[in-house]
Design a protein around this ligand. Structure first.
Ligand SMILES: Nc1nc2c([nH]c(=O)n2[C@H]2C[C@H](O)[C@@H](COP(=O)(O)OP(=O)(O)OP(=O)(O)O)O2)c(=O)[nH]1
Ligand SMILES: [Mg+2]
Length: 153
């Protein structure tokens, strides 16, 4: 270099290995029904899943549940309660620790809207005893294990 300054050696950052993410999924309950939508995302394409998404930095689980349901369906949720957590290795690249929250719609007459049509074909209420097929893998596993999201009265 003409001015004698030292040139910083070029560094290459090695690719970081994939990391598990935190998901939050919501059992939105209305009577004996649960809200499900057919996924259009690459992960779990064409399977029925709960509304939900990834936890953002600084969010509580309940805040994430409220935000994701609003973003995906327009519904305002109420009575959010933590239910359980599952560890889901979904593919070689997707590993999600998913927190499940139970909630009810604030207004039972409000209709869900398909606000992210690239991610979901549409939302509907399904009887817990007559769920559509195929369910998203992690949800199917929970159903097979006998998990029941409804409060015991
Ligand atoms: N939505 C949803 N996610 C679930 C369920 N079960 C389960 O393990 N997850 C996990 C896997 C997903 O990789 C993760 C995040 O949900 P998502 O795939 O709907 O994420 P998203 O695109 O809507 O959200 P984002 O990345 O924009 O925040 O949560 C479920 O029933 N519904
Ligand atoms: Mg989602």
């Amino acid at each position: 270099m003409e001015n004698g300054a030292q040139q910083t050696p070029a560094t290459t950052t090695p690719p970081s290995p994939p990391m598990p993410k935190v998901g939050v999924a919501v059992f939105l309950l209305k009577g004996s029904k649960v809200l499900l939508g057919k996924r259009l995302s690459a992960v779990g394409h064409s399977t029925f899943a709960l509304p939900g998404g990834h936890l953002e930095f600084g969010e509580s689980f309940e805040e994430c549940a409220t935000r994701e349901v609003k973003e995906e369906t327009g519904l305002i949720i109420d009575k959010t309660e933590y239910l359980t957590v599952t560890n889901n290795v979904i593919s070689e690249k997707v590993h999600t620790v998913c927190v499940f929250i139970r909630a009810v719609p604030a207004d039972i007459n409000q209709k869900p809207e398909t606000l992210e049509p690239d991610k979901c074909a549409g939302w509907d209420w399904y009887e817990w005893n007559n769920l559509p097929k195929p369910l998203f893998g992690p949800l199917e596993d929970m159903v097979q294990s006998g998990f029941n999201p409804f409060p015991t009265t």
